[in-house]
Design a protein around this ligand. Structure first.
Ligand SMILES: O=c1ccn([C@@H]2O[C@H](COP(=O)(O)O)[C@@H](O)[C@H]2O)c(=O)[nH]1
Length: 230
């Protein structure tokens, strides 16, 4: 599957997501299941998407002590998901424990780490006690994630080029905060259009509301695919 597109299914239930899912083609995108859908519908949502042929990114952003995160990552990987994530700010030992459990059990799930949420800017980051810029913090956490054995990071597309230069081209740059020209910014701050994001060095684009909340979701998706071909 060569498409970089990951559609975020931020729906209240599997039933609410299925009308869109059943129009999508597993050859043209992957799907992301986040906190709302997973907490409401449970692991059976993963089985339902897998049965339809989709690769699934389970975006639960684990952040806890190493033992707890490793066990949660193990459970996620046992469901056969393509990708799962933790927060890089959980630190080296937490990330290594999560990586080690996948290696020990020969589980092929990609494990990546969230750097700085794309909804944050320098000001909101400073309120958490981090005084360097969001870009610099994302790059620092990407370096730590690389050293801790992660397969890549979640960052904004604005940082993707610098992450690739620092961590290598094979280190995944999964970028939410993607906003086509036709879409609203919503609560996202560090944004780029799909075309800009690929040019900037993203390996995967996470797109939710610009597609899922569009009047015609399939037309929005086709417009994004067209932009990527230009
Ligand atoms: O830094 C991050 C990490 C994760 N997300 C998730 O991606 C999607 C984006 O949805 P949009 O509707 O396109 O804004 C959403 O599920 C977030 O939980 C992120 O936005 N930023």
């Amino acid at each position: 599957m060569s498409s970089p597109l990951i559609i975020a299914l931020d729906h209240a239930s599997l039933d609410a997501a299925l009308p869109l899912v059943d129009q999508l083609d597993p050859q043209r995108c992957r799907l992301k299941v986040g906190k709302e859908l997973f907490v409401r519908s449970g692991p059976q949502v993963l089985d339902a998407l897998h049965r339809r042929g989709f690769e699934v990114f389970l975006d639960l952003k684990f952040h806890d002590i190493p033992n707890t995160v490793a066990a949660a990552v193990h459970a996620a990987a046992d469901h056969g998901v393509w990708m799962v994530n933790v927060h890089a700010s959980g630190g080296r030992h937490m990330m290594q424990a999560a990586r080690d459990v996948l290696v020990r059990n020969s589980l092929p799930t990609h494990l990546i780490a969230v750097t700085v949420l794309t909804s944050m800017d320098d000001e909101t980051l400073a309120e958490t006690g981090v005084t360097r810029s969001a870009g610099k913090q994302a790059l620092a956490l990407a370096g730590l994630a690389r050293e801790s054995g992660m397969a890549g990071v979640v960052c904004s597309a604005r940082e993707a080029g610098a992450v690739a230069a620092q961590c290598g081209q094979d280190f995944l740059r999964v970028t939410p905060g993607i906003r086509p020209a036709f879409a609203r910014r919503d609560d996202q701050h560090r944004v780029m259009t799909p075309g800009e994001a690929m040019q900037a060095g993203s390996t995967h684009l996470v797109i939710g509301r610009p597609v899922t909340r569009a009047d015609d979701p399939m037309a929005a998706l086709v417009a994004i695919e067209q932009e990527l071909l230009e």
